[in-house]
Design a protein around this ligand. Structure first.
Ligand code: ATP
Ligand code: MG
Ligand code: MG
Length: 476
């Protein structure tokens, strides 16, 4: 990876842009880049410097990413969502032994939401925090959609970073006071989500100090994540889709290697701690010396930002139809369009993974509208002419509010209010799916701490408003 066309071998103390940026330590890395805590000598503050691999494929993608990031910087400063999308500060090129590297400079942020989920041991984070984060993310999305005409296409916990507040103070505490000064180890980024093609990455795990495209076992399922996100009890051994699959008698062992999957707990635990430590400092989380007995006395107001525009596109210019990390993928962008699959489906003796995918969606959300199930390029592989699943006949319907009560032990009232919030966003028909701006005003979020006065002018539950993948479906 550190060869011609690959990563730039960044050294601690190395300077970029004629001495302006001086590298202090590594913050993380991804398939495309390594990211470094650096001092901006011109502005006298610290920044995150992302140094992209030099091969033309990476350079091209990075130049697109910069265009998108610039729109985010320049669009409507009065929109309350702007504060919840990462801001690009500078960009330039840097020549090194492996070629010319596109570099991007960002504000320094802390750990991502998957880290927060793990801190709560996958048992769900407090509802008050869920509401704050949800409202901020929806406002950030609304800003991207309506003000910037950008679709993120890769929203997931790993790509939402927690702000760390007074960066200069924290750098002073954690870096200058000698917590691992050499910067030789780095945290991984979120995982390689998808494979192949332009803008796609190969499988990466976060367990190594340096990037290396090896496989790992992933342990999380979308329903567990859903449970974590809404503060319910989650147990990956008994995940909803697993239970549903096994109810149909599928072979359902442990999850196997999946480029779409998430990293294992192990890989996360072995990470470099700086960004985590910084985020904890800000979140007011205390950590005892052994590091394994964390307590969360009083998490105050935190603020989050949507990050990683590396897969984003314009609402009217879609770079690829192969979008979204599998577990979060909406129906219009998978089998019915591309013949690709969703989630981590299980095959049985009489049905394939695709059948199981669709079956799981139907079990949770009800039947597909006829024009949706019959309108796709691959429809007849999954549905018969009557619009019934070809290969799976016994479905175990389990509606979301019931799942919330029966599996995650929410009270009926809680289950109802959570489902009221989620169902409009899970609408199968993309044209009828609730938009982000409207949902940010939903009753469920009305007491999101610190967000009471943040409003956008979109009706709650209103639909559409951007050219998403629904229009790609129509063009076919
Ligand atoms: P990916 O494979 O996810 O596309 P990438 O090469 O595009 O990776 P990013 O995801 O942008 O890189 O960043 C890699 C990692 O660097 C992040 O997961 C995070 O740990 C760290 N990082 C990125 N930006 C920042 C920032 N502004 N502040 C602190 N850390 C950051
Ligand atoms: Mg990323
Ligand atoms: Mg990226």
């Amino acid at each position: 990876d550190y060869c011609e066309g690959g990563y730039h071998p960044v050294q601690v103390g190395e300077t970029f842009k004629e001495g302006r940026y001086e590298v202090i330590r590594k913050l993380g890395w991804g398939h495309f880049s390594t990211v470094w805590l650096s001092r901006d000598n011109q502005c006298g503050r610290h920044v995150a410097l992302k140094v992209v691999r030099s091969a033309s494929h990476y350079t091209e993608t990075a130049l697109d990413e910069i265009k998108l990031l610039k729109r985010i910087v320049s669009a409507n400063p009065d929109h309350p969502g702007k504060a919840h999308v990462v801001q690009l500060l500078d960009s330039f090129e840097h020549k090194g032994p492996n070629g010319t590297h596109v570099c991007m400079v960002f504000e320094v942020l802390g750990e991502n939401l998957l880290g927060l989920i793990k801190r709560y041991k996958h048992r769900g984070i407090p509802m008050a925090l869920v509401k704050q984060i949800t409202k901020q993310v929806l406002l950030g999305l609304d800003y991207m959609h309506r003000e910037c005409e950008i679709i993120h296409t890769d929203l997931k916990p790993e790509n939402v970073l927690i702000e760390i507040g007074d960066v200069e103070q924290i750098v002073k505490t954690y870096v200058n006071n000698g917590e691992n000064k050499n910067g030789s180890t780095g945290s991984g980024s979120d995982k390689g989500d998808r494979n192949g093609r332009r803008r796609r990455r190969t499988l990466i795990t976060g367990s190594q100090p340096l990037p290396s495209p090896i496989s790992t076992t992933f342990t999380h399922r979308h329903d567990d994540l859903l449970a974590q996100a809404i503060g319910g009890k989650s147990n990956s051994q008994h995940s909803l889709s697993k239970m549903m699959s096994s109810a149909r008698g599928s072979t359902n062992g442990s999850l196997t290697v999946s480029p779409q999957g998430r990293e294992s707990d192990d890989s996360y635990n072995s990470r470099e701690r700086t960004a985590d430590a910084m985020a904890r400092e800000v979140a007011g989380i205390t950590l005892d010396k052994s590091g394994d007995n964390e307590s969360f006395p009083d998490i105050g107001i935190i603020s989050v930002k949507i990050a990683d525009l590396g897969n984003a596109c314009w609402t009217n210019q879609h770079f690829t139809n192969d979008i979204q990390t599998r577990q979060y993928r909406s129906p219009e962008v998978f089998e019915l369009i591309t013949g690709d699959y969703l989630f981590d489906p299980q095959s049985g003796t009489k049905y394939g993974k695709d059948d199981d995918h669709i079956a799981q969606i139907i079990e949770l959300l009800g039947a597909f509208p006829r024009h949706l199930c019959m309108g796709g390029k691959w429809s007849l592989e999954i549905f018969n002419r009557k619009g019934e699943l070809r290969n799976i006949h016994r479905l175990r319907h389990w509606a979301l509010p019931d799942v919330l009560r029966e599996k995650y032990h929410h009270t009926p009232e809680e289950a109802k209010s959570i489902a009221d919030m989620l169902i409009p966003m899970l609408e199968l028909n993309p044209e009828r799916r609730a938009n982000a701006g409207g949902m940010s005003g939903h009753d469920f979020l009305k007491d999101a701490a610190g967000m009471e006065d943040k409003k956008v002018d979109v009706d709650v539950g209103s639909r559409g408003g951007i050219d998403g993948w629904a229009c790609e479906v129509k063009k076919r």
